[in-house]
Design a protein around this ligand. Sequence first.
Ligand SMILES: NC(=O)C1=CN([C@@H]2O[C@H](COP(=O)(O)OP(=O)(O)OC[C@H]3O[C@@H](n4cnc5c(N)ncnc54)[C@H](OP(=O)(O)O)[C@@H]3O)[C@@H](O)[C@H]2O)C=CC1
Ligand SMILES: Nc1c(N[C@@H]2O[C@H](COP(=O)(O)O)[C@@H](O)[C@H]2O)[nH]c(=O)[nH]c1=O
Ligand SMILES: [Zn+2]
Length: 350
Amino acid sequence: MLSSHEIFMQRAVSLAKKGTRLAYPNPCVGAVIVCDGKIIGEGYTSAYGGSHAEVNAINSVADESLLSKATLYVTLEPCAHYGKTPPCANLIEAKNIPKIYIGCVDTFAAVAGKGIEILLKAGREVHVGILEEECIDLHKRFFTYHNKKRPYVLIKWAETQDGFIDKEREINSLEEAKPTWISNELSKQRVHQIRAIEHAILVGTNTALKDNPTLTTRSYGGVSPVRILIDKNLRVPKTYHLYNGEVRTIIFTEQEASNEAVQFAKIDFSKNILPQIMEVLYQEKIQSVLVEGGKQLLDSFIEQDLWDEAFVFVGNDKFEKGVKAPVLEVKPNETYALGTNTVKHYTKEI
Ligand SMILES: NC(=O)C1=CN([C@@H]2O[C@H](COP(=O)(O)OP(=O)(O)OC[C@H]3O[C@@H](n4cnc5c(N)ncnc54)[C@H](OP(=O)(O)O)[C@@H]3O)[C@@H](O)[C@H]2O)C=CC1
Ligand SMILES: Nc1c(N[C@@H]2O[C@H](COP(=O)(O)O)[C@@H](O)[C@H]2O)[nH]c(=O)[nH]c1=O
Ligand SMILES: [Zn+2]
């Protein structure tokens, strides 16, 4: 059974999940203020440049005098640095909040224990590590980005019962360029929900040529991720969806090119391209990337052990031949049904 501290922290985690996508490149933090066992204030990080969770929670309290006997629950260590806003640790001190429960320490160098230090120096009671696993999971993109200097990488594909991601097929016209659907409508919505959380989405050249993907969140809503395409020789026609200007799109190529609908990033294809792509995404402050295929691209991420989380959607069909699905040599952490489909979810410790 959860303790009351864990229940309030769980509420802070749920609040944080509401704002993940808009807070980028900030972590979306959740905060709850409790007095006499009742929640008197709540908040989560505003869209980038806006106020932090602690500020929003404090501002939401109707009777400020209660703060001096209240407890603050916050998913991430309060900040101690002047970024776009002043430090939250100083605000908590100024508002005389006596008890602070923190989900996890912020490993970002500008904070890293300094927020806790300010609160302890001010004589506050500080507890760290409440629902720590959930809080680290919540902030995994932000931690990976700062600690590994690359975005958090998720790989995802849909495969048939007999392990194929497509049939054998040739594309002879624009009309023929569309995905072979393996997963069902519920899975599609789940994929769009995942897309709505992640910062960017990446596909390989053959996937773009055969599927003419849109890569948006249209079945779920929310912000669509930045679209990323690998296209060494610019083989994907400008009539394809990726050039429609609907969503910010970056194309990795070795060609000199310009186009008002997309952004080109030149890399050296004679070398391993994945570290180069990671470096550009890092410079672009992109904190997570969902790799949606195809086979060759997914295999290169798997071979280089460059993934943090994976989703495999298993449909009901058997193709008997076609494009073979990638293989993960580890067991899924969870498996669940989405209607008649099965989802295998793999996570790694960050
Ligand atoms: N069921 C599903 O979930 C999915 C199915 N698919 C299917 O998969 C198929 C496409 O897969 P596949 O043919 O493997 O192609 P990919 O989409 O992986 O694209 C491969 C091409 O992209 C470039 N590329 C990819 N990775 C690298 C790398 N690491 N280094 C350098 N260049 C790279 C190369 O282009 P170049 O040769 O120009 O250098 C390469 O030929 C399609 O049939 C598609 O429908 C795709 C996505 C998901
Ligand atoms: N075929 C297949 C998938 N294919 C992936 O989805 C992309 C198409 O995206 P969109 O154009 O936005 O619908 C496609 O290029 C490929 O990366 N995904 C799945 O969840 N299930 C499926 O059965
Ligand atoms: Zn802050």
